[in-house]
Design a protein around this ligand. Sequence first.
Ligand code: FAD
Length: 379
Amino acid sequence: MISFFPEFSPDQQLFSQVARDLANRFIRPSAVEDDHNELFRRNIFNTLKQEGLTSLLIPKKWGGKELGSSVHYTVLSELSRASASYSITVGVHQMIQGAVLEYGNEEQKKKYLPGLVSGELLAAFSLSEPGCGSDAGSLVTSAKQVSGGYDLNGTKTWCSNGSDADLFLVMARTGGPGPKGISAFLVSRDTPGLTIGKREKKLGLKSSSLTELIFEQCHIPKSCLLGAEGLGFSVALSQLDAGRIGIASTAIGLAQETLEVVWTEGAKKTFDFSEGQRADWANHFAGLQSIIALLFLAATRKDQGLKVTSLASQCKLLASDLAMNMTSSAISTMGFIGLNPHLGIERMMRDAKALQIVEGTNQIQKLVLSRELDKMVQQ
Ligand SMILES: Cc1cc2nc3c(=O)[nH]c(=O)nc-3n(C[C@H](O)[C@H](O)[C@H](O)COP(=O)(O)OP(=O)(O)OC[C@H]3O[C@@H](n4cnc5c(N)ncnc54)[C@H](O)[C@@H]3O)c2cc1C
């Protein structure tokens, strides 16, 4: 077993080992079959939750483990080594817990956090709409204030966990055009007027569902508003910073697993591992270690309460590109056997491609970073 980052804290060591054991026992054995059948197993999520892996960042007051972000991100990488889909599920679930913690009032925290932490409630994040992916600030789903609350109307799309989620964080328009007219709402799955639409077919992350949400005169009480009216885009963006570091962690898990498979199969002489190829993979190893170090820097800064928008974009961009590059070159290195689904490389390559798109495409990360550079020059 390659030790990718030996300088783990005791908590990281403990929880990465727990995550690895659970992933090897419960996720890995059916990962190929579940990818093929596009199957998400709720009982696996329940097992992860029983060990506290789905609420590592949540204060003990609410039943969580109250640990640092590095532990959470290390766990996402470990889960991803067995199946990136479960890493995404846990990452998205954490985003909604984070939003409730940061923006919820006491009543909302009491109402939602215990169920989210116990795993009784699985959560999903719904920002994107058909035609408003990268340009989410122009979303059109409306939340019209009416007596006692709001009526939601519109169609959201690409909602991860959508098939199974019990609670949705939904961004909808309460005001004028642009990001300032958007508010965030916590909507229960069983709310009349909400229909879970079709499940999207996709290239990768197949065990994680992606659905439409259709709102037709969906009435929700005022108590579902998270934060103030007009704050919805800020709610979404605050969780996207953390989420992008999560996507980077998922990508790092894919890269770690790929490197280990290539090196182990090379040592077994399953394929002809030339000196030139060994040098290329040593190079990948160095790139991977440097991105892990960057990710832990982002996690530390986040825990210090510092703004991590730029670091989160750097991590997401570099880690998902590296995972794509490494999985693709693994297949080139290994030849035909690299295409065997049971080795996992071809699945991880498809998953890596999806990671370049989810939570802001890598082109959008470059846009974020170029704007950050503009600000730095102006300072
Ligand atoms: C696996 C997966 C899971 C997802 N889960 C969720 C979820 O849980 N909740 C949710 O709300 N959404 C989710 N999404 C949606 C995701 O956030 C969007 O797919 C993403 O933001 C891109 O939007 P789009 O697909 O509409 O692409 P588009 O915005 O149409 O972009 C198409 C291309 O144009 C480029 N582009 C667009 N605008 C610019 C620009 N200004 N400058 C430069 N290039 C640009 C993009 O980079 C891309 O290459 C998920 C997507 C995937 C793939």
